[in-house]
Design a protein around this ligand. Structure first.
Ligand code: GLU
Length: 448
C-alpha cells in the first residue's frame, strides 16, 4: 500500500468528519506527516488501521454543568472528557477550565496525551477534559460549586483503573480538592488514585506541582548536553506565569541560569536581575493578579503590553503558556537573537511554521510531547504511591522524574536514528516512539 496516500486519506477523512476542530487538525497533522518511515517499516500497522483508530477517540463525553453563582444567578457551562486511547492503561490527562475550551481543543490535547504518555514508558492511556468555565474572578465558593456540579456528571466515567484526570490550565490543587471531595461523597469511596495532582498531605505526590516545569528544564539540559552546552550562565525567557512557568524558572535558577522574562495574557515583564520567584508566586497564585503587579512591586523590572516576550534576547526559550502562542515571527526573532534551544513546557505552544524556522536554523527543539512529559509521568508516580498506600520523599520522587526525562530524551534520539532520521529531530523521535508503543499494544489487543 502507498503509505503517504494512506496517511493523506486518514487526514482528509478526519477533517471531513470533524470540521471546525482546527487545533485537533493541527495536532493530528503534526503527528501524521511524520509517520511515513514508521509505517513503511511496519505494514502490519497499516493493515490493522492503527492510524485511523488512533485518530478516533474511544469515547467522547459532553455534558451540561449547571451551577449557581454568588449572586444567586443560575449559570450553565459545558463539560468535556475525551477518552482517547486505553491501549497502555487507564485514560490519563488533565482537565482544563478556560473560556476557550471546546471539543476541538480537548481533542487536540487528548490526542497529544496519547503519545506523550506512551513516551514516558508508564502504563497510562490518553485522555483530556475540561469546561468552558472561567475561574478568573470567581470566589472560592463559586469554584467549589462549579467543581461539584462538574464531578456530579463526570464521576460515573472515572475510576483508578478507568480514567484518571488531573490539572491543566485553570485547574490546580484547589480545584482537584473540590473535585475529589465530590467524587468521594457520591461514590462513598476514598479512591485516592482517581485523580492526581492532589495536595501532598492527603494522597498527593511530592514533586507533582513542580514536575512539568522541572521536567522541561531537564529536557532542555539534555538537549544542550548533546552539543557540549549547559544551562549555567544562560539567559532564559519563559512565557506564561502559571504552574509550569514558575517551576521551570525555579529549576533554571537552581542550575545556574537566569530567567529574565515571563508573561501572562496581558503582557510580559523583563527583569534583568533574574525573576524574583517568591514575588511572582505571590502576585499570580496568592493575589491572582495581572503580571504588571510584579513590575509595580519591583523597580528593576519593566512591564510591556506590546510585542512579544520572545522579542527579549535569550539563549533558551521555554514557551510555557498555551497552544499557538509562539508564531513564525517570534521564532525568527529568537533565531536572530541567537537562541540555542527551545523546549515546550506547554502543549503545542509553537505554531507549525515556527517549528519550521527552528528546524531550518538547526535550533534544538523539544516538542511538548517529550519536553513537558514530566508532569504526567509524575502523575503516574502518584498513582503508584496511591496503589501501594505509600508516600515517597521529595528526593526519591525527583530522582525518578529526572531519570524518566533522561530516558524520554534518549529514546527520542534512538528512535529517530533507527528510522533513518536525524537524532536531533525530536519531533519525529517523540511521535514515533509514542506511536510504536501504542501501536504494538493495540495490535496485540485485537480490533477493539
Ligand atoms: N495536564 C498535564 C499535561 O498536559 C498533566 C496531565 C496529568 O498529570 O494527567 O500533560
Amino acid at each position: 500500500m502507498d503509505v503517504s496516500a494512506h496517511i493523506e486519506a486518514v487526514y482528509d477523512d478526519l477533517r471531513r468528519r470533524d470540521p471546525g476542530e482546527a487545533e485537533f487538525h493541527q495536532a493530528a497533522q503534526e503527528v501524521l506527516h511524520t509517520m511515513g518511515p514508521v509505517l513503511e517499516a511496519h505494514p502490519e500497522y497499516v493493515e490493522a488501521r492503527i492510524v485511523e483508530r488512533l485518530c478516533e477517540p474511544e469515547r467522547q463525553l459532553m455534558f451540561r454543568v449547571p451551577w449557581v453563582d454568588d449572586q444567586g444567578t443560575v449559570r450553565v457551562n459545558r463539560g468535556f472528557r475525551v477518552e482517547f486511547n486505553s491501549a497502555l492503561g487507564p485514560y490519563k490527562g488533565g482537565l482544563r477550565f478556560h473560556p476557550s475550551v471546546n471539543l476541538g481543543i480537548v481533542k487536540f490535547l487528548g490526542f497529544e496525551q496519547i503519545f506523550k504518555n506512551a513516551l514516558t514508558g508508564m502504563a497510562i492511556g490518553g485522555g483530556k477534559g475540561g469546561a468552558d468555565f472561567d475561574p478568573k474572578g470567581r470566589s472560592d465558593g463559586e469554584v467549589m460549586r462549579f467543581c461539584q456540579a462538574f464531578m456530579t456528571e463526570l464521576y460515573r466515567h472515572l475510576g483508578e483503573h478507568t480514567d484518571v484526570p488531573a490539572g491543566d490550565i485553570g485547574v490546580g490543587a484547589r480545584e482537584i480538592g473540590y473535585l475529589f471531595g465530590q467524587y468521594k461523597r457520591i461514590t462513598n469511596r476514598y479512591e485516592a488514585g482517581v485523580l492526581t495532582g492532589k495536595p501532598v498531605g492527603w494522597g498527593g505526590s511530592h514533586v507533582r506541582t513542580e514536575a512539568t516545569g522541572y521536567g522541561a528544564v531537564y529536557f532542555a539540559q539534555e538537549m544542550l548536553a548533546t552539543r557540549g552546552q549547559h544551562l549555567d550562565g544562560r539567559r532564559v525567557v519563559i512565557s506564561g506565569s502559571g504552574n509550569v512557568a514558575v517551576y521551570a524558572a525555579e529549576k533554571v535558577h537552581a542550575l545556574g541560569g537566569l530567567v529574565v522574562a515571563c508573561s501572562d495574557s496581558s503582557g510580559y515583564v523583563v527583569d534583568e536581575d533574574g525573576l524574583d520567584l517568591e514575588l511572582l508566586k505571590e502576585v499570580k497564585e496568592v493575589r491572582r493578579s495581572r503580571i504588571s503587579a510584579y513590575a509595580e512591586a519591583r523597580p528593576a523590572a519593566r512591564f510591556s503590553d506590546r510585542g512579544s516576550v520572545f522579542d527579549v534576547p535569550c539563549d533558551i526559550a521555554l514557551p510555557c503558556a498555551t497552544q499557538n502562542e509562539l508564531n513564525q515571527q517570534d521564532a525568527v526573532a529568537l533565531v536572530k537573537n541567537g537562541v540555542l534551544a527551545v523546549a515546550e513546557g506547554a502543549n503545542m505552544p509553537c505554531t507549525p511554521d515556527a517549528v519550521e524556522v527552528f528546524r531550518d536554523a538547526r535550533i534544538l527543539f523539544g516538542p511538548g510531547k517529550a519536553a513537558n512529559a514530566g508532569g504526567v509521568a509524575t502523575s503516574a508516580l502518584e498513582m503508584q504511591q496511591n496503589a501501594a498506600r505509600d508516600s515517597w520523599t521529595f528526593e526519591r520522587t525527583e530522582d525518578r522524574l529526572a531519570a524518566i526525562m533522561r530516558q524520554v530524551h534518549s529514546q527520542c534520539r534512538v528512535t529517530a536514528a533507527t528510522y533513518g532520521g536525524d537524532p536531533d529531530d525530536y519531533v519525529f523521535g517523540a511521535n514515533a516512539t509514542g506511536f510504536l508503543r501504542v501501536a504494538e499494544a493495540m495490535t496485540a489487543q485485537g480490533v477493539v
